[in-house]
Write a protein that binds this ligand. Structure first.
Ligand SMILES: C[S@@+](CC[C@H](N)C(=O)[O-])C[C@H]1O[C@@H](n2cnc3c(N)ncnc32)[C@H](O)[C@@H]1O
Length: 316
């Protein structure tokens, strides 16, 4: 009863209710939330602290940024999800916040899109600046052995490298990406390497243009650190998997290289194993294996999960 009372008290104030609703839609810094609410930074910080103290939000620092998001696990997570269902859909203040949130997301995605448009031609070289590509790709193929009957979906396919390396093993590969410039390079790469069984199209990870349950494997290679709601992207990707299908996520382990934010549009400075495992669990995936490939200065992590054989992941 105490947890429920604390949660109810915390949201029983208009600004806090708005913040709670906003944090259900991703991971946000205080300055982003200040921009949406148009209230002073100390006031927003104070309300965020109260929501965090009541167990509804979690706060995590990463380099010079601090993010807030809805609590992911435990009893309070259940309370938080139920409270969200009570939010009035037609409330004008909440609707305006959603619009401003969409604007913040758009601005961020434009910054990333500009970065990828500028770097599409040189992406294959840039990628290998951060990690030993050959080692990572060998490990990817070892962790995710695919068969000639398999269909693969590569989310945030960029220049199509995942499709290229898996093309000889699979029946069909599909790649999606937001950036037309990256996709233009992907098409050229797939043609050059004779990967006629693979195609790419422009789409948002948050709106996958496919039916549910129609892929045997999903790869998300070096994409998650650009996203404002990685957990949601994983949950949506999980729905694309057939029963028993596998998902492989490749990204950086936690690091403190702020320069990647400043110069390469990264939003998150890597991910911890526990965080990814919690997202798998929330997406009803079974975490199978984690591999770390230590590098200097960045460690690449590979997280493998599978969809339950019995049925598809429930919606929500
Ligand atoms: C660092 S690149 C990685 C590309 C490729 N997976 C690789 O490892 O070479 C990240 C890619 O994610 C794409 N991306 C970022 N946000 C996206 C979104 N919301 N939906 C689809 N693609 C997205 C970018 O356009 C970019 O091509």
């Amino acid at each position: 009863m105490n947890a429920l009372l604390a949660a109810l008290r915390a949201v029983a104030e208009p600004t806090r209710l708005r913040l709670f609703a906003l944090c259900a839609g991703g991971e946000w810094t205080v300055s982003e939330l200040v921009g949406i609410l148009r209230q002073s930074q100390p006031r927003v910080s104070r309300h965020l602290k109260l929501l965090t103290d009541a167990g509804l939000l979690e706060r995590f620092g990463e380099g010079s940024w601090v993010f807030h998001r809805l609590i992911q696990e435990g009893a309070a997570a259940g309370i938080a999800r139920r409270l969200l269902t009570l939010l009035p859909e037609d409330d004008r203040a909440l609707a305006l916040d959603r619009e401003r949130l969409a604007e913040v997301k758009w601005q961020r995605s434009q910054a990333a899109a500009t970065y990828f448009a500028r770097n599409a031609e040189s992406w294959d070289r840039l990628r290998s600046l951060h990690a030993d590509d050959a080692k990572v790709e060998r490990t990817i193929k070892k962790l995710l052995p695919l068969r000639q009957t398999d269909e693969l979906l590569d989310l945030g396919t960029g220049t199509g490298r995942m499709l290229e390396i898996f093309a000889p093993d699979i029946h069909r590969g599909r790649g999606v990406d937001l950036s037309c410039e990256m996709l233009a390079v992907a098409r050229a790469n797939l043609e050059r390497t004779g990967a006629a069984n693979c195609t790419v199209r422009q789409a948002d990870i948050y709106q996958p243009p496919f039916r549910e349950n129609c892929f045997d494997a999903v790869t998300i290679h070096q994409v998650l650190h650009f996203l404002d709601d990685p957990g949601r992207a994983i949950a949506l990707a999980a729905r694309m998997l057939r029963p028993g299908g596998r998902m492989l996520i490749v990204d950086f382990a936690p690091h403190d290289i702020e320069e990647l934010r400043l110069e390469h549009e990264h939003r998150r400075l890597g991910f911890g194993d526990k965080e990814v495992a919690a997202w798998f669990a929330a997406a009803h995936l079974k975490h199978q294996r984690t591999v770390h490939l230590p590098g200097d200065p960045l460690t690449v992590s590979l997280w493998l999960a599978s969809a339950k054989a019995a049925g598809k992941a429930p919606k929500g």
